[in-house]
Design a protein around this ligand. Structure first.
Ligand code: FMN
Length: 153
């Protein structure tokens, strides 16, 4: 069994996570940020918090990651970095012996730097990165992106 973990502010990452879950017959786990990220104000503070690596509080159902074959972790790109909620999740969890696939959704740039930052944090927590995907949302069909990405699995 696989587990798909994600944080999403405006549903792009949620939709991608759901499509992966469908392809892989996997469970889903949503991470919620305790800090409000809605509206234009939430956007600006979110970008600043992410850029500065500011910590945040999160809510999610605690789970033992080591019981899954592969754990997928998805984040939107915020200021070319993973979101505070996903950084916090990695911080709070043990990835030793866990196979991890990381993915990010973005609009224009910062996909690669986000993946690198996320992968380094997961490796520091003992996780083994199997693959990573950066999904550009502009003008792309999510279902097609996910199917192509998972094609050679
Ligand atoms: C605070 C904030 C910062 C963002 N920074 C970037 C960025 O640096 N590069 C980029 O391509 N997209 C950026 N975006 C756009 C999101 O990465 C993109 O819309 C993503 O798919 C949103 O995922 P979600 O719908 O799951 O929240 C930013 C969005 C927000 C809210």
């Amino acid at each position: 069994m696989d587990l798909i973990i994600y944080y999403s502010r405006t549903n792009n990452t949620k939709e991608v996570a759901e499509l992966i879950a469908e392809e892989k017959n996997a469970e889903l786990l949503e991470i919620k940020d305790k800090k409000s990220r809605s509206g234009p104000f939430g956007y600006v503070i979110g970008a600043i918090d992410s850029f500065r690596g500011k910590k945040t509080g999160i809510n999610y159902e605690k789970n033992d990651l080591s019981k899954y074959d592969t754990v997928y972790i998805g984040t939107p790109v915020w200021a070319s970095k993973p979101t505070p909620a996903i950084v916090q999740f990695i911080e709070e969890n043990d990835f030793s012996g866990t196979n991890v696939v990381t993915f990010a959704t973005f609009m224009g740039s910062g996909g690669e730097s986000t993946i690198t930052a996320m992968n380094n944090r997961i490796k520091d927590k003992g996780g083994k990165i199997k693959r990573s995907f950066a999904f550009r949302m502009t003008g792309n069909d999510k279902k097609q992106l996910v199917q192509e990405a998972l094609n050679d699995d």
